[in-house]
Write a new protein. Structure first.
Length: 470
């Protein structure tokens, strides 16, 4: 259902919009975690480490494409907020063409350089072949993942967060079933886990297309919507490319952290993999609020409702703070039990190391919560510059922690990489939000005053003539 977020109570709108997002994100992370659990229990620790050691590379490639598609969808949301429905369709057509082009380029590049990249990541010899096989299949199927991300982002830009949820639930269940069948029944190993991801994402893309065809007439493209307009393409790239670069820098920092982690062997890699997956589930409420505030901001920015942006962000920032504290308390108290639930009791040292990570990172959850809120608000306003500089700070801080602190304190030093990066980036985007909004409001008022003066200086008569009014 399409939702106009330029009217109504901001807090209620964002919270209701974020609930389906939260459920969907939890399903997304659960089926990502399911892959890890299935691989770890049905195949073994080395296979688990093989999948975990490659995750940052996959995420970095996907981050680039997700940054592009999210940026494109922001343009769609802005056109929808401005009630420019022709512009909405034109934005969708432009986004599809650009997304497929970038996906093709990245797929070919990564496949040709995959072996060298894994070597640079210090992937251990004993898990190298499985790591390569897993990623090779995942990268080949990247088109399906990116298509789903684009279509679901466009649907959310129109204020509908429920449809992507239903699609994701179906895909999640299918992924788990396929992974179990392909691994246990057909003995495909990590290849089966990768194939399950690709097939489930392809199904989710197909379901999104069906939903758009039946429920979203505003997205039904015409032939002229697929004709690229230079200025419109540049505007999409102006928002999408900086977001892609920002996400790639974040992915690069994770690659560096993982490369250092890989030098500590399968146990630490496995523990780090479990801990990160559980953490990703824990911060899903924060991420869901962030996605919701992006859609809310984009629509209100298109409608020039700056006071609503300020009002909504203030309330969501408070909610995010409360949720950050709550999730930190839960993981600090029941972290070991949660890890054991997924990892089992076969590797107690893995569980101990994973919980050690959670004890460190949870202390800083309030910073990642605020980072999400202010970064996504800036992106919803079409500002990708401040988030980009924030991502550069993440790269520097994560790299410092991974290289310098790990050399001094062992693998524990790696565990401070994320928290240190959150603090630095949150500081940058929060200051950037207040300055950007202030400058945007000022520039808009000046433009509106100039427009009113121009109207006052000209009186148009019925015969079409005009004269300046002194």
């Amino acid at each position: 259902m399409i939702q106009d977020m330029t009217k109504g109570d901001p807090l209620k709108l964002v919270l209701w919009f974020s609930v389906p997002l939260l459920i969907g994100n939890i399903f997304q992370q659960l089926y990502n975690l399911a892959d890890i659990v299935i691989v770890g229990r049905l195949i073994g620790l080395n296979s688990l480490a093989a999948v975990g050691s490659t995750a940052p590379l996959f995420f970095m490639v996907m981050f680039i494409l997700v940054g592009l598609t999210n940026g494109f969808a922001i343009v769609t949301g802005q056109r929808f907020g401005a009630k420019d429905f022709d512009g909405v369709r034109k934005s969708v057509g432009t986004s599809l063409i650009l997304s497929f082009g970038f996906t093709f380029i990245f797929t070919i590049f990564v496949l040709l350089s995959l072996e060298k990249i894994l070597m640079l990541m210090n992937v251990p010899f004993e898990i190298f072949r499985e790591s390569y096989d897993y990623l090779y299949i995942i990268i080949w199927g990247m088109w399906s993942t990116n298509l789903y991300n684009l279509l679901s982002s466009i649907i959310r830009a129109l204020g509908d967060s429920k449809t992507p949820l239903y699609v994701l639930i179906i895909a999640s269940i299918l992924n788990v079933i396929l992974a179990i069948v392909l691994i246990s029944k057909f003995g495909m190993g990590v290849k089966g886990a990768a194939a399950a991801v690709v097939v489930s994402q392809a199904v989710s893309s197909f379901l999104c297309i069906l939903c758009i065809a039946k429920r979203f007439p505003v997205l039904h493209l015409k032939k002229e919507d697929l004709k690229l307009n230079k200025n419109f393409v540049l505007y999409h790239l102006k928002i999408g490319v900086p977001m892609a670069v920002q996400f790639s820098v974040l992915g690069m920092s994770m690659l560096i952290v993982q490369a250092v982690c890989n030098t500590f062997g399968p146990e630490v890699i496995g523990a780090f993999t479990y801990a990160l997956r559980i953490e990703q589930i824990a911060i899903m409420p924060l991420a869901s609020l962030a996605i919701a505030i992006t859609a809310y901001t984009a629509q209100n920015f298109g409608a020039l409702n700056f006071s609503r942006i300020r009002q909504g962000v203030g309330k969501i920032s408070l909610v995010s703070f409360i949720l950050s504290v709550l999730m930190a308390i839960i993981l600090r108290i029941w972290g070991t039990d949660i890890i054991s639930l997924f990892a089992g009791n076969a590797h107690p040292n893995v569980i101990s190391i994973a919980h050690q990570y959670l004890n460190i990172s949870t202390t800083f959850y309030i910073f990642i919560g605020q980072l999400f809120v202010f970064r996504n608000t800036l992106q919803g306003m079409g500002d990708a510059i401040v988030p980009f500089f924030a991502s550069l700070s993440e790269l520097g801080l994560r790299s410092y922690a991974a290289i310098v602190l790990a050399a001094k304190f062992g693998y524990v030093g790696i565990f401070y990489a994320g928290p240190i990066a959150w603090v630095g980036s949150a500081t940058i985007v929060s200051l950037g939000y207040f300055l950007t909004l202030k400058n945007t409001v000022k520039k808009t008022r000046i433009r509106m005053q100039e427009a009113r003066k121009a109207e006052a200086l000209c009186e148009v008569y019925n015969d079409g003539t005009s004269r300046n009014i002194p």
